[in-house]
Ligand binder design. Structure first.
Ligand code: ATP
Length: 329
């Protein structure tokens, strides 16, 4: 696989102005991005994501290490290297606010040296793709935050660079627009095979769009793996079982002693037992236990985990998924 970005041992140290205290925001971070890959860059607040992203797109100089884009060292061949990356940074949308949506698209397409026909075609395609057709003649400064964000991403795509960097693309957008943008990006990823780096706190975005995730914590890379592998790593053998009646106190005691990580939710209308089977344990052991007293099982579901839970566990430094405590409500 061709490595389009190679980051080797970059660091960033800030110095507080008054106290001269040094803040090691990024420590010896290395990773690569393959051509055509969608990479998620994640981490809790203050982890060092923004500093890393700013170094990647040349807005910040690293204190040591190197970054190359398409084989070009960002320090030695700065302008040439940066030609291969376009970025939509959080809170900084590179748009002309007094031009309309279409005029912005046409202006940036024109910058690429397209013919008049190609410019119009490109603008039409992106207006369609980003669901902006109805707004094409509106000025950017009158658009909602979500519309501006969609246009900013459309403009970044127009640049046709090897790499697109999207910093928190859904931050501050309402649920509906965020969902729409996620679907638009999903189509682009599927159809155009672009290399995209997404920094995000929005875990459905990561789970649905990214091939690989790098999690940074306290300035260091703590995990770098395919999203599917991370989900598998934390896959549980957990089941949610709906019962026809409440458990007797003896069953409850027995259940807890055999399956220590169970949750038991009993209310007037339903009784649900959640168990996390340990190595070698079998779901049939549980059925036997219930059968002893003739307890009816109404349904059984495997509990699936999402990327949000994976992220929280990794940042907390855990290796297995924590289950809810045994509660009776
Ligand atoms: N210009 C600066 N001067 C001093 N410290 C800074 C500066 N910029 C960032 N920091 C500090 O460096 C650390 C990493 O910050 P950074 O913004 O890279 O993290 P982040 O992962 O992007 O966080 P968030 O998700 O909150 O944006 C933090 O402790 C932050 O306070």
């Amino acid at each position: 696989m061709e490595k389009i970005i190679e980051v080797r041992g970059i660091s960033k140290i800030y110095e507080k102005r008054k106290t001269k205290e040094k803040i090691h925001a990024v420590r010896d971070v290395s990773f690569h991005v393959n051509r055509g890959e969608v990479l998620g860059l994640l981490g809790p607040n203050g982890a060092g994501k923004t500093s890393t992203i700013k170094m990647l797109c040349g807005l910040l100089e690293s204190d040591g290490g190197s970054i190359s884009i398409n084989g070009l060292d960002i320090c030695k061949k700065r302008l040439k290297a940066l030609e291969h990356i376009s970025a939509v940074l959080e809170g900084n949308r590179n748009l002309y606010w007094r031009l309309t949506v279409r005029e912005n698209l046409e202006y940036f397409a024109g910058n690429r040296g397209y013919s008049r026909k190609q410019i119009a075609d490109q603008a039409d395609k992106l207006l369609e793709q980003f669901n902006l057709k109805e707004k094409e003649n509106e000025l950017v400064n009158g658009l909602s935050r979500g519309m501006q964000q969609k246009l900013a991403i459309a403009v970044a795509l127009l640049a046709n660079t090897d790499v697109i960097l999207l910093d928190e693309p859904t931050l501050g957008l309402d649920v509906e627009v965020s969902y729409e943008l996620r679907n638009i990006l999903k189509t682009i990823v599927r159809e155009e095979k672009r290399t995209i780096i997404i920094s995000s706190h929005d875990m459905p975005v990561v789970q649905e769009l990214c091939d690989r995730a790098i999690i940074i914590n306290k300035g260091e890379v703590v995990i770098d793996d395919r999203v599917e592998n991370l989900l598998k790593l934390f896959e549980t053998r957990a089941y949610s079982i709906k019962l026809g009646e409440q458990l007797s106190p003896e069953q409850e005691k027995k259940l807890l002693s055999i399956f220590p990580l169970s949750a038991y939710k009993a209310s007037s209308h339903e009784t649900i037992v959640e168990v996390n089977l340990e190595h070698g344990q079998d779901i049939y052991e549980l059925f036997d236990l219930l059968k002893e007293e003739g307890t009816m099982v109404e349904s059984i579901d495997r509990i699936t985990i999402d990327f949000e839970q994976v992220f929280i566990q990794i940042v907390k430094g855990g290796k297995t998924l924590e289950m809810a405590p045994f509660v009776q409500c």
